[in-house]
Design a protein around this ligand. Structure first.
Ligand SMILES: [Zn+2]
Ligand SMILES: [Zn+2]
Length: 344
C-alpha cells in the first residue's frame, strides 16, 4: 500500500524544493464531470502524480476536478499523457502559468470536497450535465456586437472594479454563493435574451451558466477559459479586445494590465487609479485601491486610524494586535468591510 500523504516536515519539504536543480512548470486545469468514487480516484491520482514528482493542490468532488500542479520540466510529456489517459480529461485545456518562478508548491495535496466550487445550491435535481454553451473569443465578440446580448461578470466586486468587459453587468456580492441567486434576480426580465457569463478562468461562470439554465433562462453562454484565455486568443488571432483595464490575479502582482484604460478610482481621493494594495498596518491588511499620491501621504495605510497605528513602535503595534480577531489579518475581500471605512 503506497503512502498517500507526506511524512516529512514542511520545512524539510521547502528546503528540498530550493535545492532542486531542474526548472518546474506550473499548470492548472478543471473539468466538471460526474465522479462516482472520488476517494478511489484521489488515491489513484496521488500514486501516479507522486511518482512523477508533482506538487500542487487538487480538489476532487463528485462534480469534477480542479487542479494546480507544479512539476519538473522533463516530466511534462509523461504527465500530459497520463492526464489525457483519464477518459473525462482527454481534451482538457491545460493552462500554463506565466511569470512562474516554479516555487508555487512544495508538496502534493489532493483533497476530496463536497464541491470543486462552493455554490450553496440546494436544488436536489441540480447538476452540471446541463450547462451553457461555450463561446471562444471570436464568438464572444460577434455575440456582443448585438446590443441585446447581456454580459455578466461572475467575479468578486474588487475584481470587476479594476477591469471588465465593455457593458458587463456587475453582480455585487461578497461570495459566489450569494452571487448565483442575485444574478438570476437581476436578470429575471431577460429569460429569453442571450446571456454570456464570464469569470477569470472559466470555472465559476461554467457553473453559473448551469445555474441560470436551471432557473429557466433559455440562451445561456459562458466564456471558455475565462478572461485569461480570451486575452490570449485576442493577441494570437489579432481580434478586437473588448476587455478594459486590469485582469485581477491572485499573486503578488494583484492584477495584469490588459489595456491602458483606468476604470477604477482611488478609494481615498477619488482620482483615477487601479492598483490594489493591502493596508500597511499589519493589524488591518485591508485590500483597497490607492493612487500613488495617497500612497505617499498615508504611507500605504487605508485610513487615519491605521496611519496613526503604523507610526507607533513595532512592539507596541504587535501588542495592540494581540487578541484581535485573526480574520482581520488575512487578505480581506469583503465589500461590507470596505464601504464603511471609505466613508470614515
Ligand atoms: Zn488617492
Ligand atoms: Zn487599514
Amino acid at each position: 500500500m503506497a503512502v498517500l500523504h507526506n511524512r516529512v516536515s514542511q520545512k524539510e519539504l521547502k528546503q528540498r524544493l530550493l535545492q532542486e536543480k531542474e526548472k518546474r512548470i506550473t499548470i492548472s486545469f478543471y473539468q466538471y464531470h460526474s465522479i462516482s468514487e472520488p476517494f478511489v480516484f484521489r488515491d489513484e491520482l496521488y500514486k501516479t502524480l507522486n511518482a512523477l514528482n508533482v506538487f500542487g493542490r487538487i480538489y476532487i468532488a463528485t462534480e469534477g476536478i480542479n487542479a494546480q500542479l507544479s512539476f519538473p520540466q522533463s516530466k511534462f510529456e509523461e504527465l500530459k499523457k497520463y492526464i489525457y489517459s483519464i477518459d473525462f480529461l482527454q481534451h482538457v485545456r491545460l493552462n500554463i502559468a506565466v511569470d512562474d518562478d516554479g516555487r508555487s508548491f512544495w508538496v502534493l495535496k489532493i483533497k476530496v470536497r463536497e464541491k470543486i466550487v462552493a455554490d450553496g445550491i440546494t436544488y436536489p435535481d441540480f447538476n452540471m450535465n446541463k450547462k451553457g454553451s461555450y463561446v471562444d473569443a471570436g464568438l464572444f465578440n460577434k455575440l456582443t456586437d448585438d446590443p441585446d446580448t447581456i454580459v455578466v461578470d461572475m467575479r468578486n466586486h474588487y475584481e470587476y472594479e479594476v477591469g471588465h468587459f465593455e457593458h458587463a453587468i456587475e453582480v455585487p456580492s461578497d461570495t459566489f454563493r450569494e452571487q448565483l441567486p442575485m444574478a438570476a434576480e437581476i436578470l429575471k426580465e431577460a429569460k429569453d435574451k442571450k446571456i454570456i457569463m464570464y469569470c477569470t478562468g472559466g470555472i465559476r461562470c461554467e457553473k453559473a451558466s448551469a445555474y441560470m439554465l436551471h432557473c429557466d433562462f433559455q440562451n445561456v453562454f459562458h466564456l471558455e477559459g475565462g478572461i485569461t484565455h480570451y486575452v490570449n486568443q485576442v493577441k494570437q488571432k489579432g481580434l478586437e479586445n473588448k476587455f478594459k483595464g486590469k485582469n485581477f490575479v491572485f499573486d503578488n502582482r494583484l492584477g495584469e494590465r490588459i489595456t491602458e484604460e483606468i476604470v477604477a478610482k482611488c478609494h481615498q481621493c477619488g482620482k483615477a487609479a487601479d492598483s490594489h494594495v493591502n493596508c500597511a498596518n499589519e493589524g488591518c491588511h485591508l485590500l483597497f485601491i490607492q493612487c500613488s499620491a495617497c500612497e505617499i501621504k498615508w504611507e500605504g495605510c487605508c485610513c487615519e486610524s491605521c496611519y496613526h497605528t503604523f507610526q507607533l513602535p513595532l512592539e507596541q503595534q504587535k501588542k495592540m494586535r494581540k487578541g484581535i480577531d485573526k480574520g482581520q489579518n488575512i487578505f480581506n475581500k469583503s465589500r461590507k468591510r470596505l464601504r464603511p471605512r471609505l466613508n470614515e
